[in-house]
Design a protein around this ligand. Sequence first.
Ligand code: PLP
Length: 396
Amino acid sequence: MLELSSNVAALQPSATMAISTRAKELIAEGKDVVDLCVGEPDFPTPGFISEAGIQAIRDGKTRYTPAAGIPQLKAAIAADIQRLSAGSIEADAGGVVVSAGAKQALFNVIFSLFGPGDRVLIPVPYWTTYPELVQLARADPVFVEGDPQRSFKVTTDDLDRAAGGDRVSGLMINSPSNPSGAVYSREELEEIARWAADRRVWLVSDEIYRRIYFGGQLAPGIFDLPPEILERAVLIDGASKAFAMTGWRLGFSYTSRELASKITALQSQTTSNATSLTQWAALAAYQRTEVADVEVERMRAAFKRRKNLLVEQFQAHLPEVPFVEPEGAFYFWVGIRGLARDGEGSMELCERLLGEAGVALVPGAAFGDDDFFRISYAYPEDTLRDAVQRLAASRK
Ligand code: PLP
C-alpha cells in the first residue's frame, strides 16, 4: 500500500471530472452519450484575445513574469473591478494577484487565511472544491444549510445557527452559484458582509460567474457594498467563464496589499507566475473592455436562452421533477424526486441514467446534497432538448 502523507490522505479527486471522464470513455467506446457534466463555456475564446496570445508568442514574451502577474494586467484588472463596481472602491493594482485559474487563487487565499483550528462556513450546495481546499489547509469546513424556498441562499440566521455560538474564521460565498445558479441580491449580500465584518470573519466571495447573470448584465458583487464592511473581504474572479478561457488558466484574487503580498509569497514558492502568454491574452480581455463586453453579452444571451429552454422543457416533459430556476451561471440544480427509484441516491441515479439513458450528470452528493443532481447547460440547444427527452423516457 502506498503510504501517503496526512496532507492528502483524505483528498478526493474532482467529482465533476470523474464522471465526465467516464462519459468520455463511453463515447470513445462508441456509446451514444450526452455529456452534461462539464462546467465550461462551449464557445471559443474570442478571437481578439487569442490573437493577443499568439502575438505574445511572436514577440517572445515567453519568460518568467513577476509572481503576482505583469503590472499591465494587474492594473487592467484593478480598473475593471472599479468599472464594474457600484461602490466607492478605488481599486489598487497592488491588491491583485494573478494565478493559474480561479482555483489556484482560491487555494492561495484559503491556505493563507485558514489553518488548524479555523472553522470556515460553506453554504450548501457548494462548489466541490471549497471543502477540499479548506481541509488541505487543515481547517474545518462547517456546512450551512439554506432554505430550498430561497434557492438555498443562506441568511444571517442560517449562518448563526451553523456557527453555533463558536468562533468562525471564514465564510465562502459563491454568487451566481455553481451548482444552484442562485444569485444573492445586493441587499442579501450586504447583510451577509455586515454579519462577517461584525464578527471579524474573512469573507471570500467567488464571483467567477458574475458576468453570466439573467437579471441584468452583472450580478451584484461585494465591491458594490460600502468599503467599511470589506476590510476582511477577498474577491475571487477570473477569465475562465467570462471570456471562455478555461484552458488558458487565468484567475485572480483581489484584497488588501498586505494579504496580497503573503499570497504572492505563497505563489512564488509553489507555481510562480500564471503562464506569461495567458497573461498577455487576458490583458486584451481586461483592457479592451468595449470589445470584450460585446462578446460577453453574446455568450450571456445564449446562456439565458438555454436556461429558458431547459425551464420550458422540464415543465413540459418532467413536471413532477423539482428544480431551482437559475438566475445566473450555467447550471441547473434538479431534484432527484420524480426520477429516482426506491433506495436510489444521487450517485446511483446518475450512474443508472448514464448507463440506461446515456445522459451524464453530476450527482448532487458531490456538492453536499444527495437529493439533487447538476446539469450543465453550456451545450447547444438541441443537445439540451435531447437530454430532457432521454430523462423523460427513462421514467418508463
Ligand atoms: N469557482 C467556481 C464556483 C467554479 O465553478 C470554478 C470552475 O468550475 C472555479 C472557481 C474555477 O475556475 P478556474 O477554471 O478559473 O480555475
